[in-house]
Ligand binder design. Structure first.
Ligand code: 4NP
Length: 150
């Protein structure tokens, strides 16, 4: 069992998109029972809120449901609970290390590092461009899955 936690700032846009894209990918590959997948935010600002409607609509365009997901904050104990903690941008990675008390086991990584264009997942919060986020997240998740099953 591989346990994956995706992390962004609010846990209402990028990391839930990654969570549900990754769930969809592993299900399609018949690997659903080999993975546990969830997401969290480095801020508790959105605690309890559902996935932001434009992110939900972008997933729905691709026949992916995120029903029932509500935002929750990353906590120090998540570091032991999960095998990999995958952030969306540099600020997320800094906050993840702060909350987790560093990264002694090398579990904290950036999603786009699993692609051939490392960097940050496009942040739709200020641009409204959820298509760019979709492209980054789906490429990142496909790369992550390849790295885990090879
Ligand atoms: P997320 O998007 O980190 O991808 O869930 C954001 C959500 C909320 C805010 C910023 C980004 N905010 O500033 O409240």
């Amino acid at each position: 069992m591989t346990k994956l936690l995706f992390v962004c700032l609010g846990n209402i846009c990028r990391s839930p998109m990654a969570e549900f894209v990754m769930r969809d990918l592993v299900e399609r590959e018949g690997l659903g029972d080999r993975f546990e997948i969830a997401s969290a935010g480095t801020s508790s600002e959105e605690y309890g809120n559902p996935v932001y409607p434009p992110a939900r609509r972008k997933l729905a365009e691709h026949h992916i449901s995120c029903a029932g997901k509500t935002a929750r904050p990353l906590r120090a104990e998540d570091y032991q609970r999960w095998d990999l903690l995958i952030g969306m941008d540099e600020s997320n990675l800094r906050n993840m290390r702060r909350i987790c008390g560093g990264d002694p086991e090398g579990k904290i990584h950036a999603l786009m590092d699993y692609t051939d264009r490392p960097g940050e997942v496009a942040d739709p919060w200020y641009t409204g461009n959820f298509e760019a986020t979709w492209q980054d997240v789906s490429e990142g998740c496909r790369g992550l899955l390849r790295s885990l099953v090879k």
